[in-house]
Design a protein around this ligand. Structure first.
Ligand SMILES: Cc1ncc(COP(=O)(O)O)c(C=O)c1O
Length: 365
């Protein structure tokens, strides 16, 4: 076992930690305790996790998705995405892995729910192996399905797997940040465990948002297969990790273990969720006033909400004007959508932001 030799300032800064935890390499697949504790956390969320093997540790959630894709996705394969999605998926599957991306409308035609029928219809358009990625709560829509919708989504995926391989990437980055009783806080992954031999669910999650530890770079990739198959896939992941990042960050895994084992953890997470919920409610209220400038898409979870600007408005133009005329920053999504990140807005600036947006939109013909 290597003996750490902390240099002076690092030693001072990390003096409260065991130097072996702070300075040494992590095993390639992750620290045993980190993997075990994350698995236990998932078993607590849903007992179906008991039949699933330990996850492999990744350098954040994006790395978990891209490693899952490297294992299962071949150039020319097709990924099905709703039309509102985190743009990094395009980088991973479209640009890096040279795949095709098929999109279907995220919301049902009456804008009341996730578009389960749209997903079904879209998957039915192709034959052969497919990949499906879903993130709930969603970035950028801030939507989490009801438990019934989640079951219906799972049913569509199980049916699609009747005649071909279906790989499902469940991106659970915003897990637990749910603000309405009607929205599920459970992962789609749980609904897919053991449902069909052709169905390969992958769970991609981590500490980035759930532990509010963005720079910690600890994610997890869990294989929803038999434990024996999962162990083989963890082994394959080890060669990808070794040939890519070398090994995952050890000290962040150690810090995560300590946070998860701390008696205050659940309460501490709940305090963070409540801060976000207060911002969510203020934003919901501010957006409930009638306006001709935009339509608000349903949102109930996560960190964001999405507005569809009225005909004639260009999202990039409005974004620029908000900066120059009102000193406010928002993110545009395609040419008609603006994403408001209530996670980054103090309570007192939320209403003024919506008013500023209305002024800027109202000034454009
Ligand atoms: C939907 C979604 N998945 C994954 C991530 C990335 O997580 P990480 O920073 O752990 O790679 C983000 C970050 O913004 C995200 O919005």
């Amino acid at each position: 076992m290597a003996i750490p030799y902390p240099l002076a300032r690092l030693g001072e800064l990390l003096s409260g930690l065991n130097p072996k935890d702070a300075f040494l390499y992590s095993p390639i697949q992750g620290r045993p305790k980190a993997r075990q504790l994350w698995h236990e956390k998932l078993v607590k969320e849903d007992a179906r996790m008991e039949s699933i093997g330990l996850p492999v540790v990744t350098a954040g959630i994006c790395h978990a998705i891209s490693m899952g894709a490297e294992l299962f996705f071949s150039p020319g394969d097709t990924l099905f995405l709703p039309d509102l999605y985190w743009d990094n998926y395009e980088q991973i599957f479209g640009i890096r892995l040279e795949g095709r991306i098929e999109r279907y409308p995220f919301y049902s035609p009456d804008l009341s729910s996730f578009n389960v029928e749209g997903l079904r219809h879209s998957l039915a358009q192709t034959t052969g192996k497919i990949h499906v990625l879903l993130d709930f709560p969603s970035n950028p829509s801030g939507y989490s399905p009801t438990p019934e919708e989640m079951k219906a989504i799972a049913e569509v995926l199980v049916q699609a797997a009747a005649s071909r391989t279906v790989v499902v990437y469940c991106d659970d980055a915003y897990h637990g940040l749910v603000f309405e009783k009607t929205a599920t806080s459970k992962s789609l992954f749980f609904e897919l465990i053991g449902r069909h031999p052709n169905l390969i669910p992958l769970k991609c999650d981590g500490i980035t948002k759930e532990l509010s530890f963005f720079g910690g770079r600890v994610g997890f990739l869990t294989f929803g297969t038999s434990v024996a198959a999962s162990e083989i896939l963890v082994d394959k992941s080890k060669s990808l990790i070794r040939s890519g990042i070398g090994s995952p960050v050890g000290i962040s895994q150690y810090l995560m273990e300590e946070e998860l084992m701390d008696a205050r953890h659940d309460e501490s997470f709940e305090s963070m969720r409540e801060i976000l919920e207060r911002r969510y409610r203020i934003l919901k209220n501010a957006l409930s006033k009638p306006t001709e400038q935009w339509t608000v898409y349903p949102f109930n979870a996560g960190c964001f909400c999405l507005l569809k600007l009225r005909e004639g408005l260009d999202a990039e133009d409005i974004r620029q004007r908000l900066i120059t005329e009102e000193s406010v920053g928002v993110v545009n999504h395609s040419d008609r959508h603006l994403r408001l990140a209530f996670c980054s807005l103090k309570e007192e600036v939320i209403e003024p932001l919506v008013e500023a947006l209305e002024r800027v939109c109202g000034n454009r013909k």
